[in-house]
Write a protein of this length. Sequence first.
Length: 115
Amino acid sequence: MNAYNWASRQVDAVGGETEHESDRFYTHLRTTIFSEDSLPMPVLLKDISSGGFMGECPNFVRIGSCISIHLPVIGSVEALVVWALQGRLGARFFHQISSCYLAKHFAPQEEGRTR
């Protein structure tokens, strides 16, 4: 299982994996993430779900880092970096985002296609 698939799974109460329960929205949004020391870094948001996101970032971001990402309308959202590999990172939100917000601001699309 590659890092991307691992980050999109959750562990249930008995330790087994469950598929990510929320729909994933593929996007091509340029935004900013902020590191633990409040340094801004550009990120290209590639997909987002109620539980987290995957993006491309030219800066090194350490696994386990607490970051925040700026999202349209709702502003800053805190997340934990769960994987980082070759200019990409995956992060899990500390508090899930409303699926209604996602459906309104990010159109679901086929994987690999961006809007």
